[in-house]
Design a protein around this ligand. Structure first.
Ligand code: FAD
Ligand code: UDP
Length: 372
C-alpha cells in the first residue's frame, strides 16, 4: 500500500483526482461506501426507460474551458439549456426573475430598458442592511421586498429550515437577476447533460489500468490498517476529525419518484414551488435527456434534516466551525500525505464543475511539490 494513493469517495472529486494521479503513473485505489460510483450525480435508467438522477436533478454548467475539455475527454454532452418556472399565485412564471416575470407578476408591460428602474423603485421602498449581511439582504437589495417574499422567502425557509437572515449572502448569489428576457437558469458558456448519463461519465473517468475501485467499503473501517503514499479524502470534513470541533450541519432531501401515464407532466424540466406544498421543486427528467416515451417519471424534493449529506448549511456557526477544521486540513495537506477536496471535504456549496476544478488544481499542486 505504501506506493499507492488511496482515494476516498467515487464522486466527481474523487474520480477526477484518481484519473490525474493514474495518468501521472501512480497506482490508485478508490474506496466508496455506496454500492455505486458517481457520488451525488449518480443516474440510472428506470423501468420506463427514462434516465433519472437518484439524488436530485443535475445540470452541467461551467465557464471553465479546462473543466469542459476535461469532461469532454470522457463523454459527449447533449446540448441542453436549463429552464425553470416558479409556481406563484397559481401560475407558472419564469425564474430567475427577468423582465417577463415582472410583467406577469405585477400585470405591467414594460420594456427591457425599464426593468432596472422598476426594480430600483422596488428596492427603494424596502428595508435591508446595506452592504448586505445575509441571504435576505442580498435578494432584497436586488429586487425589493415584494419579489423576495413571493419567490425567495418561503422557498428558503422550506429548503434550509432557517430564517433567511441566518444564511450567508453566498447562497443568494447563486441566483441571478436579469433585466432582459433571457430565461435560462444558468448563463455559463458551456452547458449540457452527459449524453449517456453521469454514471457513465464517472465510470469512464475511472476507467484506467492503474485505478482499482472497491465499493461498499467505508474508509473509516480501514484507515487504521493502511499507510498509503497519499490519501485524497472527499467525505464529510467533520467526520474525518471525529467531530472534535463539533458537528457540521448537512441538509438532506427526501426524494420521491413518480411515474405518470402521460407524455409530459409539466412544461419544463424543473418547476419550483416557493409558497405552496411541502416540496421545493418537481423535476421531469425527459426534458433534460430528450428521451421519448408515452410515460414520464418525475421527482418531488422534500427538504429534510435526516438522510444523506447533500448540502452544506452556510450559517455563521457552521462557517466558523469549518474554519477550525480547515486549519487542521492545512496542516495535513502541508505534510504531503493528504488532499481534502470536494463538496463534503471542503464544506463548500460547490457545483460539479467547481469540484472538478478544485480537484485538478489540488492534485496538480501536489504533483508539482512532489517532483520539486
Ligand atoms: P459527492 O458526490 O458527495 O461524492 C463523495 C463520495 O464519497 C460519495 O459517493 C460518498 O458515498 C463517498 N464517501 C464519503 N465518505 C466516505 C467514506 N468514509 N468512505 C468511502 N466513501 C465515502 N451541481 C451542478 O453543477 N449542477 C446541478 O444541477 C446540481 N444539482 C444538484 C442537485 C442536488 C439535489 C444536489 C444534492 C447537488 C447538486 N449539485 C449540482 C452539486 C453536485 O452534486 C456536487 O457538486 C458534486 O456531485 C459533488 O461531488 P463530490 O465528489 O465532491 O461529492
Ligand atoms: N431559492 C429560492 N427560490 C427559488 C430557487 C432558489 O429562494 O425558487 C434560493 C434557496 O435558498 C435555494 C438557493 O436559492 O436554496 C439556491 O438555489 P439553487 O437553485 O442554486 O439550489 P440547488 O440547485 O443547489 O438546490
Amino acid at each position: 500500500m505504501q506506493d499507492h494513493v488511496l482515494v476516498v469517495g467515487a464522486g466527481l472529486a474523487g474520480a477526477t483526482a484518481a484519473r490525474i494521479l493514474a495518468e501521472s503513473n501512480l497506482r490508485v485505489i478508490v474506496v466508496e461506501r455506496r454500492k455505486h460510483v458517481g457520488g451525488n450525480c449518480y443516474d440510472y435508467t428506470d423501468e420506463n426507460g427514462i434516465t433519472v438522477h437518484l439524488y436530485g436533478p443535475h445540470i452541467f454548467h461551467t465557464n471553465s474551458r479546462e473543466v469542459w475539455n476535461f469532461v469532454n475527454r470522457f463523454c459527449e454532452f447533449r446540448y441542453y439549456q436549463h429552464r425553470v418556472l416558479s409556481f406563484v399565485e397559481g401560475r407558472f412564471v419564469p425564474f430567475p426573475i427577468n423582465r417577463d416575470t415582472i410583467c406577469e407578476v405585477f400585470g405591467v408591460n414594460i420594456g427591457v430598458e425599464e426593468v432596472e428602474d422598476f426594480l430600483k423603485d422596488e428596492v427603494r421602498r424596502s428595508n435591508f442592511n446595506d452592504p448586505p449581511k445575509n441571504f435576505r439582504d442580498v435578494v432584497v437589495s436586488q429586487v425589493g421586498e415584494r419579489l423576495y417574499e413571493l419567490f425567495f422567502k418561503n422557498y428558503t425557509i422550506k429548503q434550509w429550515n432557517r430564517d433567511p437572515e441566518e444564511l450567508s449572502p453566498d447562497v443568494a448569489k447563486r441566483i441571478p437577476v436579469r433585466y432582459g428576457r433571457d430565461d435560462r437558469y444558468f448563463s455559463d458558456r458551456y452547458q449540457g447533460i452527459p449524453a449517456r448519463g453521469y454514471t457513465h461519465l464517472v465510470e469512464r473517468i475511472l476507467d484506467h489500468p492503474k485505478i482499482s475501485i472497491v465499493t461498499n467499503m467505508d474508509y473509516f473501517e480501514l484507515r487504521d490498517h493502511v499507510k498509503p503514499k497519499l490519501t485524497v479524502y472527499t467525505g464529510e470534513l467533520d467526520r474525518f476529525f471525529d467531530c472534535v470541533y463539533g458537528k457540521l450541519e448537512y441538509r438532506s432531501l427526501r426524494l420521491v419518484f413518480k411515474t405518470y401515464d402521460m407524455e409530459y407532466y409539466q412544461p419544463v424540466a424543473v418547476v419550483n414551488y416557493p409558497n405552496d406544498y411541502d416540496w421545493t421543486r418537481i423535476t421531469e427528467f425527459k426534458h433534460m435527456t430528450g428521451e421519448r416515451s408515452s410515460r414520464t417519471t418525475v421527482l418531488f424534493e422534500y427538504p429534510s434534516a435526516e438522510g444523506e449529506p447533500f448540502y452544506v448549511v452556510l450559517t455563521r456557526d457552521n462557517i466558523e466551525r469549518r474554519e477550525k477544521y480547515m486549519e487542521e486540513v492545512k496542516k495535513l495537506e502541508k505534510s504531503g500525505e493528504y488532499i481534502f477536496v470536494g463538496r463534503l471535504a471542503e464544506y463548500l456549496y460547490y457545483n460539479m464543475d467547481q469540484v472538478i476544478e478544485a480537484s485538478i488544481r489540488k492534485v496538480g499542486e501536489w504533483l508539482k511539490n512532489r517532483t520539486g
